[in-house]
Structures are given as structure tokens and as C-alpha cells.
Design a protein around this ligand. Structure first.
Ligand code: ADP
Ligand code: MG
Length: 474
């Protein structure tokens, strides 16, 4: 799996020169983020963290990840329409996890009233690591699928040019020419545009629902600009704006500041800290509306870790995707070991197994955004404390994936240039649109490679741990 630039990694002067070029190229290309100190203004911005060099990715696994994406799109869409499955899968979790319970309550409430929405748009990102098996052969293993606010599709389309230039500066033009073009933001925008078109109200807008703190705005702007280029108007609003100024008419059309909203694209709403009581009310208003929500609340629930674990039970995929044996096989091939901690004999055995051998596993709560999982000694301590309590059912247990590390430099503002042992996570963006019961669009829209130093067990780019990368297929 080695990349063909091991020779230059220890060449200090060459690396320093390449890093200076890389940072300026990133700024020129728009690989940007607002600063921690001024997260809501663009007067002073910095580059989003990225690797100096592209990372090697086995081409067979890269192709496998693309090949299974339409299957995952279908699966998520099927789960979102399967009330009984969601209810059953989440029954134990919602007894102890207030956040999931609250989402589930809105889901139930909206179904009871009857859906006003008839066009559905899913944008997800399925994330994988390359597990090095006992014989060292890497295998593609899914970490999770993100069904809400999957980010970095914009910025990642701009890292290819940066890495291409770095390779040229390091005397590797041949390798530079092999980097694959990648533009998820375009694919995401095409999905949003399709949903907007099917909503069929030419004066209606697309609303990006954004966080109070907007450091990653440039990533979102990439998608916004694609929409404006297609003459689709975009507004950006927060939950509190919706609470203050959002309304529904008698047909449950959604209005913001007098403008009808065709599509609500959530880049917010995935963690408890996003919600005050008012924000929950705003969420309910949006869910009740006729607007296309990306995602609707059922699709958000389909992306919970508990659902991921339940999917690994024998027979479940077959039931969710009847008559699609090949898709089921492709999906299942990416699953790592996943274990339920539900109360009962099965969960008791799983808890005991994890406590005996914590380094083999990851303990995951129903949270997103990085930094929430437990590993090693901490996993053991927490699980010992809750092993006999229903609290344990707010978690799932997963086999720990062990990728082979490679050397790289992680470029961050105000950080020294030093070589790190790194591992990467590959994400594939999926986009689909359904009108009534007919899937009218189902695509893989591009990829995202994120790389982190091995000393961090957890965490994404926004969490300050991983950085943007570009795959170099080997
Ligand atoms: P989140 O929703 O917080 O992103 P993830 O399941 O993606 O949750 O986990 C966060 C990070 O933890 C991942 O990006 C990965 O680095 C690490 N991680 C998660 N699951 C595993 C696993 N099974 N094996 C190894 N590392 C994992
Ligand atoms: Mg993740």
C-alpha cells in the first residue's frame, strides 16, 4: 500500500518548500475555513487542515466503495420508509437516550398527522477504513453512514489541485497526473436541484439550515454556488430564524420571510447541543411541512449507530431489500462485527466480551461529529459501571478496525511541520431523490479522504483531529 514518495518524506528542505507551496495553493484553490477566534466572519480566514501528500488507497477497495454506494442509498431510503423496522430497531435505545427519543417522537408525530412531503432527497456519506487482516490484506470496512449534514464535499473537490501541485514540486509529475478528479459538491447540488425542480414551484428557494457557529461555511458555499449557477436561489437560516419567522400555510407549504421554501438542506441538527426548546419546535415545524427535507427525520434516524448495528443481524438486510440479493451481498461485505448491548443474555455476553478484551472494540453512543466513542481502558471502565443497567443500551459495540499506518505531514495553521504516522478514512457521497415511491435519481457523487495521526483514536476534521486528503490509487 506504500505510496511512491517514501523517498522524499525525510528530505527536510524539499518538504519545507513543498509545504509552503501547498498552503498557498490551498488558499488559492479555496480550501478554506473560518478561524476559531472569528467563526462567524470571513474577514480573516485560514486554510482547512490537509495532508501535505496524497495517501495511498488500494484501488480495488476504492472501487468496491463506489460500487456499493447506490445499494446504501437504496437501503437508507428503504429504512426511512419502514416505520416498523425503525420502531423495533430503536425501541431499547429511545428508552435511555433522550436525544434519539426526541427525534423519534417527532418522527411518530409527523407520521400520525400524515406526511405533506412527497419528494424525498437523501445526501449521505458512507465512511470506511481499510482493515489490515491477519495476513495483511486490506479489507474495506464501514465505520458508519452519515445521513445528515455530511460535510466536506465542497472543500475536498479542491484538494486534488493542491496535491497535484505538491507532487510536481517534489518531482513527481507522473503521479500528479494520476490523481482522480473529484467534485462531490456538484453531485450534491444536482440532487438538491432535482428535488427543487420536482417540488415544482419556480419561485421557491432552497434553505440551508446552518449552525450558530459557522466555521465551515466555505464548504457549504461550494454547494450553494453550484445552485446559484443553475439559477436556483439559496437562503441560509438558523433554527432560531425558523422559530421566529417560519410558518406553514393551510397546505403546509413552508414560508421563511415571505419566501416559499422548496428544499431544506440541514447542515445542523445532528447533535443535542444544536437544540434548545425553541429549536425543537422549529424542527417540528420543518418536518411537518411539505418542503423536501434533506434529510427527513426518518432518514436521520436511519443513520443512527443503533440502526447500523441492527442491520448486521442475519436476515435483516434481506427483509429490507427484498429481491436484491446482490446488493445485500455487496453491503454485507463492508460490515465489521457489530454487537447489541440490549438487556438480556445476548447483551450480557457482549458486555463481558468487551470488558475482557477492550482493545478489540469501540463503544459507540448515539452521537455524531467525532470525539464521542470510547476505546481501551476507558471503554472497559464505562462498560463495567453500566453493564447491568439499561444505560448500556444507549451504546453499541463494534470491532475495532486496524488499518496499516503510513507516514505523512498534517498541515494546520500555527502548527509545526512534522512527520506523523497516519491512518485514513474514505467516505463516498451518495445522493438520491424519490418522488412518491419512485426513485428518480440514485448516484455516487464523489469521495472524501480524511487522514489523522494514529495517536488519535477518534475524531473528524471539524473535531480538529483529521485533515483533508486526496487518494492516490495503488
Ligand atoms: P461520528 O459520528 O462521531 O463521526 P464514527 O463512528 O464515525 O462517529 O467514529 C468517529 C471516528 O472514530 C471515526 O472517524 C474513526 O476515526 C474512529 N472509529 C469509529 N469506529 C471505528 C472502528 N470500528 N474502528 C476504528 N476506528 C473507529
Ligand atoms: Mg464519522
Amino acid at each position: 500500500m506504500a505510496a511512491p514518495w517514501e523517498d522524499v518524506l525525510r528530505d527536510g528542505p524539499a518538504i519545507r518548500e513543498a509545504a509552503a507551496v501547498a498552503v498557498d495553493a490551498a488558499l488559492l484553490q479555496g480550501v478554506l475555513m473560518r478561524t476559531e477566534g472569528q467563526p462567524n466572519d470571513s474577514d480573516v480566514v485560514s486554510f482547512a487542515p490537509f495532508t501535505l501528500l496524497p495517501s495511498a488507497v488500494p484501488s480495488a477497495l476504492f472501487e468496491q466503495a463506489y460500487a456499493v454506494q447506490q445499494d446504501f442509498n437504496m437501503l437508507v431510503d428503504a429504512i426511512s420508509q419502514n416505520k416498523e423496522f425503525l420502531e423495533h430497531a430503536l425501541a431499547s435505545t429511545i428508552k435511555v437516550d433522550d436525544f434519539t427519543a426526541r427525534l423519534f417522537r417527532i418522527h411518530t408525530q409527523v407520521l400520525e398527522e400524515g406526511l405533506a412531503q412527497s419528494v424525498f432527497l437523501g445526501i449521505n456519506r458512507s465512511d470506511y477504513m481499510f482493515d489490515s487482516g491477519v495476513d495483511g490484506t486490506p479489507a474495506l470496512k464501514q465505520i458508519e453512514i452519515n445521513t445528515i449534514a455530511a460535510s466536506f464535499g465542497g472543500l475536498t473537490s479542491r484538494t486534488v489541485a493542491v496535491h497535484g501541485q505538491v507532487l510536481k514540486v517534489l518531482g513527481k509529475p507522473q503521479e500528479a497526473s494520476r490523481l482522480l478528479p473529484n467534485n462531490p459538491s456538484r453531485g450534491l447540488a444536482l440532487g438538491i436541484a432535482k428535488a427543487w425542480e420536482l417540488y415544482s414551484s419556480p419561485s421557491a428557494v432552497v434553505m440551508f439550515l446552518v449552525e450558530e457557529v459557522q466555521r465551515n461555511i466555505f464548504d457549504q458555499r461550494c454547494v450553494e454556488n453550484e445552485l446559484w449557477n443553475r439559477n436556483i436561489p439559496v437562503i441560509r437560516r438558523r433554527f432560531r430564524d425558523v422559530f421566529e419567522k417560519g410558518s406553514l400555510d393551510e397546505a403546509r407549504r413552508l414560508y421563511m420571510d415571505g419566501k416559499e421554501v422548496a428544499v431544506v438542506y440541514y447542515r445542523e441538527g445532528y447533535v443535542p447541543s444544536n437544540y434548545s426548546e425553541q429549536n425543537w419546535e422549529a424542527r417540528l415545524l420543518l418536518e411537518r411541512s411539505r418542503a423536501v427535507k434533506c434529510p427527513d427525520i426518518a432518514t436521520q434516524l436511519a443513520g443512527t449507530k443503533k440502526v447500523q448495528q441492527e442491520l448486521s443481524r442475519p436476515g435483516t438486510l434481506e427483509r429490507l431489500l427484498p429481491g436484491r440479493a446482490e446488493a445485500v451481498t455487496r453491503i454485507r461485505a463492508t460490515f465489521a462485527g457489530l454487537y447489541s448491548l440490549d438487556m438480556g443474555a445476548e447483551g450480557d455476553t457482549v458486555a463481558a466480551m468487551a470488558i475482557t478484551d477492550p482493545d478489540r472494540f469501540v463503544l459507540k453512543p448515539q452521537r455524531e461529529g467525532g470525539g464521542n466513542n470510547l476505546y481501551g481502558e476507558e471503554l472497559r471502565q464505562v462498560l463495567e459501571k453500566i453493564r447491568d443497567s439499561p444505560q448500556r443500551t444507549s451504546y453499541i459495540l463494534m470491532d475495532k478496525i486496524k488499518p496499516r499506518p503510513a507516514l505523512n505531514y498534517l498541515l494546520r495553521a500555527h502548527s509545526p511541520l512534522q512527520v506523523s504516522e497516519c491512518v485514513s478514512e474514505l467516505g463516498i457521497f451518495g445522493v438520491y431523490v424519490r418522488q412518491g415511491s419512485e426513485l428518480v435519481l440514485n448516484e455516487a457523487a464523489g469521495h472524501l479522504l480524511r487522514t489523522k495521526a494514529v495517536e488519535h483514536a477518534d475524531g473528524g476534521v471539524a473535531a480538529g483531529v483529521a485533515v483533508l486528503d486526496t487518494p492516490f490509487l495503488v
